[in-house]
Every structure is written in C-alpha cells, then in structure tokens.
Design a protein around this ligand. Structure first.
Ligand code: TXA
Ligand code: MG
Length: 319
C-alpha cells in the first residue's frame, strides 16, 4: 500500500498536475497519461518510491523500469546515446519511443530502476499532461504501465482504477490514450540498434531514419516484459480466425458483425492506427463478456507488428 486507502482521481488541469507533482515529490505513486498507455509513476531517484511501484504492481523485482523525462537534453544527463540512437531521439522524441543505452556514472537513479543492468531505458513522452507533470516535478519519473503485473495495459483512468485502486496515491485523468500500445523499445546493440519490443512507433519509420535494418533481439537480452503471457486477459484467445465459433466473442478488423455473440471491430476501415488505439480497451470489454474470444487476422505492416505481438502474448499459455 501507499499509506492511503483512497486513490485520488485528479483532473488533468493545472491544480491536478500540481497535486500529482507534490505527491510524487513526497515519494507517492501517481498514475498519469502518456500517448501510449497510462504509466504508474514514482520518483526514479528514490529507492523507496521505486520499491512501492513493484509492490503496487505485484511485479517481479528483476524487471527494469522505463524512466520518463521532459526532453532530450535531460535524457542525455542520464544515458550515453551514441550517434544512431541520438538520431532516433532527435527525430522521434517526444513520442512513443524508448531508448536503452549505457547509464552515466553520475546519473542519480535508484538501483532498483535498472535491476542491476548497466543500461537504462529512457522515454520522452509527447502527451501534454505527461510533459506538464515532468517539467513541474523536475525529477526523472520511473513508470511501468499502470496495470497489475501480467494484465492488460490501461488506456483510460478507469482501467487504472480497476487494477490499482487503493494501491496508489492518485491517477491523473486525461481521457483515453491516442496510441494505445506501449512504446517501441530500441537498444544500442553491438554494431547497430536492436529492437527490444515492437510498439507504438512503426519499425518501418525507424529503419527509414537509420537507413538500415534493426538487429533482432537476442535471446540473452533481459526484457522480462517480453515473457510470453505478459498481456493476459482472463479469456482464452484464438487468433487469425475467419469467424467466431459457437460460444466465442468476436474481435474483428474491418469484419462483418456476427449476430448472437458479443462483437467489436478494431477498425471498420481497416486502419491499423485506429486498431492499436482500440486494442486494449476492446480486449477488456470482450473479456468481461465471454470466456473465449476469436480474433480476426491483422496485417503485419506498420503498427500491425506490435498489435500482433500483443495478441500473441495475450493468447499464450498462462504461467
Ligand atoms: O509506453 C510505454 O513504454 C509505457 C509508458 C508508461 O511509458 N511503459 C511501459 O513500461 O510499457 P513497462 O514497464 O510495462 O515495460 C518496460 C519494458 C519491459 O519489458 C522491461 O523489461 C524493458 O522495458 N526494459 C526496461 N529497462 C530495460 C533495459 N535496461 N534493458 C532492456 N529492457 C529494459
Ligand atoms: Mg507493461
């Protein structure tokens, strides 16, 4: 617990942001909106705050966290980017991109954040409320997605409260997230940048800026968020389905509705950006209505790669 029984729902105005910054500065936990998903924020310089994040999420403590800062200049006080990652930062920050690079010796980051790794994950979010919070609090904020460990990431303040009410000090409510998928994570790699997690920034856009293909993630890389059943709903999922079978709810993609069963369409016009924004909320809604969900095929291009990554994890056998 966070020493409070009640989680405050703060409106995303000047007073709410000031209250959130005060709570963070006192070592409290505040969930806040980013353009990807809601993050569960704590002061990244305070070991106790970071420990509270793990406690609130019920997350295994070997899982390192992403640190959020307002701009590239602040990021460079924490990590050594090197030329290729700096080019990505200059192009895509602020935005749905996380960069993993060697942590600087002078960076004041609690050891628990990196879980003992010599690298640190840093992100500059685009969402104006996240930006306002980070510039007000004037310290790096560690924030995993604001869901209990192993559950679907939250794209609204209600999702946050469903999982963490009473376990965190407050949630800043700015409505639904635009992107709806976690950030794409890129590491420095040995000879060229490496993809650690597909996400809200399409790989095609990153490779166009680098003028080269990304390396694939090696089996040795510690990214426990990549454990197979990481985004699990309660229901079982059947992927690449042509149509629902009897007893299955239907998550379509530009598909005809099916009578007599709960149906949602990720994007009637087959727009992958719209589908990404709807994915987690629609999985939650169908999960509430059915024990089995059939999912239409999603193309593997653009944000489709990250959507399919999350769907495969949601469909994986539970540990
Ligand atoms: O969009 C996002 O990235 C959201 C918002 C809140 O910023 N955050 C998020 O955090 O998705 P989380 O904790 O759910 O996922 C962070 C991922 C994990 O898979 C973790 O293992 C990986 O980042 N990670 C963190 N530090 C790392 C490092 N030094 N090396 C490799 N992977 C790292
Ligand atoms: Mg997560």
């Amino acid at each position: 617990m966070d020493g409070r029984d009640q989680t405050e729902r703060l409106s995303a105005d000047r007073a709410g942001i000031a209250r959130a910054a005060d709570l963070l500065a006192e070592g409290g936990l505040v969930a806040f909106p980013t353009e990807t998903v809601y993050g569960l924020g704590g002061d990244a310089t305070g070991g106790l705050s970071v420990a509270r994040i793990f406690e609130a999420k019920g997350r295994p403590s070997f899982n390192p966290l992403i640190v959020h800062v307002p701009d590239l200049a602040t990021a460079e006080t924490l990590i050594d980017l090197g030329p290729p990652l700096r080019r990505l930062a200059e192009t895509f920050w602020p935005g749905p991109l996380t960069l993993v690079a060697p942590i600087r010796a002078e960076a004041e980051i609690a050891d628990l954040v990196t879980a003992g790794l010599p690298t640190l994950a840093v992100r500059v979010p685009l969402h104006p409320v996240a930006q306002a919070l980070l510039t007000t609090v004037e310290r790096p904020i560690a924030a995993p997605s604001a869901n209990p460990s192993g559950r679907i990431s939250p794209t609204t303040a209600d999702h946050v409260l469903d999982g963490l009410s009473g376990r965190i000090a407050a949630v800043l409510d700015a409505g639904p997230c635009d992107v709806g998928l976690e950030s794409t994570i890129i590491g420095a790699g040995e000879d060229r940048p490496v993809l650690l997690r597909p996400g809200g920034l399409a790989l095609e856009e990153i490779e166009a800026v680098l003028g080269a293909e990304l390396a694939a993630r090696g089996a040795d890389i510690t990214a426990p968020g990549q454990l197979s059943s990481h985004y699990a709903p309660g229901a079982t999922l059947r992927l690449n389905a042509a149509a629902p079978e009897s007893g299955e709810a239907w998550l379509g993609f530009g598909s005809e509705p099916v009578l007599g069963t709960p149906c949602l369409d990720l994007s009637p016009s087959r727009d992958l950006t719209e589908a990404a924004a709807n994915l987690f909320a629609y999985l939650r809604r169908l999960d509430d209505q059915s024990a089995r969900i059939a999912v239409a095929p999603i193309p593997e291009t653009g944000l489709g790669a990250a959507i399919n990554d999350r769907l495969h994890r949601a469909a994986a056998p539970r540990s």
